[in-house]
Design a protein around this ligand. Sequence first.
Ligand code: FMN
Length: 233
Amino acid sequence: MIRLAIISASTSPIRTGAPIAAWVSQSARRSRAFEVDDIDLQQVHLPLFDEPALPRYRRYVHAHTIQWSERVDAADAFVMVVPEYNRGYPALLKNALDYLAQEWAFKPVGIVSYGSGMSGGIRGAEALSGVLTALQMHPVREMVVVPHVEKHTSGETFSPTPGMTEGAELMFESLVRADAAMNLLRTSSADVGWQQGTDETLAQQGDRRWTPRPPRDEREAWRRSAAGTTSTL
Ligand SMILES: Cc1cc2nc3c(=O)[nH]c(=O)nc-3n(C[C@H](O)[C@H](O)[C@H](O)COP(=O)(O)O)c2cc1C
């Protein structure tokens, strides 16, 4: 099973996006390919970025960062459900992304965008894609776009068009395909050195966050053993 985190970036108290995120979550669970973690960024309660060290070094000092790091690290893939704000995406999401680095890297991500206008939040999604790429994520091409969002939501209910439903199915399929490939790219800090934040001094001091993590599953164990074999040739 692929561990899929569905991140809702709905920021306003009206929370138009809540039923859209719920629909994405139900669709993902129905596909049976995913084990789902629903993340509501309003509930994560991150202050504005306040870590002294660069996130890529993973030298976190705040409990809220360590908790966020563990939750994101546990996911293999993501779907981000994102409203458009002024042709961009909410600051809440940018802040949550900026907190971490290694935890996002080499993981596929799908975007579900929405907005009041006819563009369906696609300009916000495009702005987001560049940031996701900088974090070494892989935004899949297939996505769900919800224009005139108020026409598709009523209270707890989201009424997708057939095109939106198909878009979600294609997005999930792409996430499954990309996960298979990207799992091979995910490497421990010992494998790739400074870029992943290795700090041998901290490791020697026994700082648990700086020692190579154990393989997360049999795919990673296989990849590591295959990499070891290759390096001795
Ligand atoms: C500050 C702000 C800027 C917005 N800018 C856009 C925009 O550029 N394009 C658009 O289609 N909708 C825009 N909207 C409308 C939101 O996308 C729409 O209200 C959406 O439902 C908000 O989702 P939320 O309630 O889940 O946060 C904006 C809303 C706000 C609050």
